[in-house]
Design a protein around this ligand. Structure first.
Ligand SMILES: [Zn+2]
Length: 341
C-alpha cells in the first residue's frame, strides 16, 4: 500500500453532519452515539492509510473473491471471518448485504468497465459489519470496507443501500486508478468523494436497470430515518433540503463553492456535472457517461482540481468517441452548467 500514499479513510457521512444532528437531538444516548461517531470519524480520517496491511495481504485471486467479517461490536479490524466467497447466506442480514453489495459492485466494474476488482488485479474485497456499537457511519480505510449498525433511531444501518457499498468500494478504485491516488482535501478531495458518489449511483442504476430518467440520483436513500431525511445527497439537485437531509449544504455550481469546505460539500459540483452529462447523453448512465468518467481517472494527478477533471473527461470522451464528437461536446457543456471550464 506504500505506493498509494493518497489512499483515504473515507466516510459516507461527514463528521459535521453527525455534530449537527447531535446539537438537535434531545436524547442523551442518541447524542452520545452521534458525537462518538463524529469523533472517531474525524480521528480516523486524520490517519494516513499507509499502515501495514492488517489482514495479511488481501490476495490477488484473478476472480471475484469476497470475505465478510463480524466486528462483534468492537473496534479491532477485521474481526471474525463469517462468510467467504461461495459461502451460504447467514441469518445475519448485514453480512449478506455486505457480501451481495460487494458482489454487485465487483460485477459492475468487471462487466461494464472491464476492471478486475479495486486494483484491477482481482484484489479480494474485505468487509467488516457490526463495527463498534451503534456506530453511525461506514468507511473505506484504505484496505477494506467497514460498516456500523447505526443507532437504530436516526441511522438504520449502512449495508442496506447498494450505493453506499459501491461508494466505499469506489474509494478503493480511485486509490489505484488515479496515478498516486487523489489527496483527500480541497478540490481533489471533493473529486474523490464525487467519484465515489458517481459510481455508487451508477452501480445502483445498473443493478436496477434504470435509465437516466428513471434513476433517483440520491445517495444513501434508505440508511436513515425519515425524521433525518430522505437521503444524504442528491446528484440531480445538490442542496435540495426536501430531497435530502435538512442540513444538506452542497452547492450545485461554482457560484456556491465553499472555500475550505468539507470534501462532502463541494463534491456537489462535480456530482451535478456528471448528472448533467448523463442526462445529455441519454439512455443508461453506464453506457457512455460512466465509461467516460472512469477513463478520466487515469488522466488525473493526485492534486487534480475540478477544472482538471473537466479536461480529463473531455479528453476521455475524445479517446472513446472521437475529438469533436457529440459525446465530447455533451461533456464540455455539462461542466459549463456547473461553472467549471
Ligand atoms: Zn466517501
Amino acid at each position: 500500500m506504500a505506493q498509494h500514499p493518497h489512499g483515504c479513510t473515507c466516510f459516507i457521512i461527514p463528521p459535521k453532519m453527525l455534530r449537527k444532528l447531535a446539537e438537535q437531538t434531545h436524547d442523551a444516548s442518541e447524542r452520545h452515539c452521534l458525537l462518538d461517531a463524529a469523533e472517531i470519524s474525524a480521528h480516523l480520517r486524520g490517519q494516513r492509510s499507509v499502515a501495514p496491511v492488517v489482514m495479511g495481504l488481501a490476495a490477488a485471486t484473478g476472480e471475484k473473491s469476497r470475505t465478510v467479517y463480524d466486528g462483534q461490536n468492537k473496534s479491532t479490524l477485521p474481526g471474525k471471518l463469517v462468510r467467504a466467497e461461495g459461502g451460504k447466506p447467514l441469518t445475519d442480514v448485514a453480512v449478506n448485504q455486505a457480501y451481495d453489495g460487494a458482489g454487485a459492485t465487483y460485477d459492475f466494474y468487471r462487466e461494464v468497465l472491464k476492471r478486475n476488482s479495486i486494483d484491477g488485479k482481482g484484489l479480494r474485497l474485505d468487509s467488516t459489519v457490526h463495527y463498534q456499537t451503534r456506530f453511525n457511519n461506514a468507511f473505506w480505510n484504505g484496505q477494506q470496507m467497514v460498516y456500523g449498525d447505526g443507532d437504530g433511531k436516526l441511522f438504520l444501518g449502512f449495508t442496506g443501500a447498494l450505493d453506499v457499498i459501491a461508494h466505499e468500494l469506489t474509494h478503493g478504485v480511485t486509490q489505484y486508478a488515479v496515478p498516486g491516488g487523489l489527496v483527500y482535501e480541497d478540490q481533489s478531495g471533493a473529486l474523490n468523494e464525487s467519484i465515489s458518489d458517481v459510481f455508487g449511483s451508477v452501480v445502483k442504476q445498473w443493478t436496477l436497470k434504470q435509465s437516466v430518467e428513471q434513476a433517483d440520483w440520491l445517495i444513501g436513500a434508505g440508511i436513515m430515518a425519515p425524521s433525518v431525511g430522505k437521503a444524504l445527497r442528491s446528484m440531480a439537485d445538490p442542496g435540495n433540503q426536501a430531497l435530502t437531509w435538512s442540513g444538506d449544504d452542497q452547492p450545485k455550481t461554482m457560484a456556491g463553492y465553499v472555500e475550505n469546505g468539507d470534501v462532502h460539500t463541494n463534491s456537489g459540483i462535480p456530482n451535478h456535472a456528471f448528472y448533467a452529462a448523463a442526462l445529455a447523453l441519454k439512455g443508461n448512465s453506464w453506457d457512455k457517461a460512466g465509461p467516460i468518467w472512469y477513463k478520466a481517472l487515469s488522466l488525473l494527478t493526485a492534486n487534480a482540481t475540478f477544472a482538471d477533471m473537466a479536461k480529463a473527461t473531455a479528453q476521455a470522451a475524445a479517446l472513446l468517441y472521437g475529438a469533436d464528437s457529440a459525446e465530447q461536446h455533451a461533456i464540455q457543456a455539462a461542466w459549463k452548467v456547473v461553472g467549471v471550464s
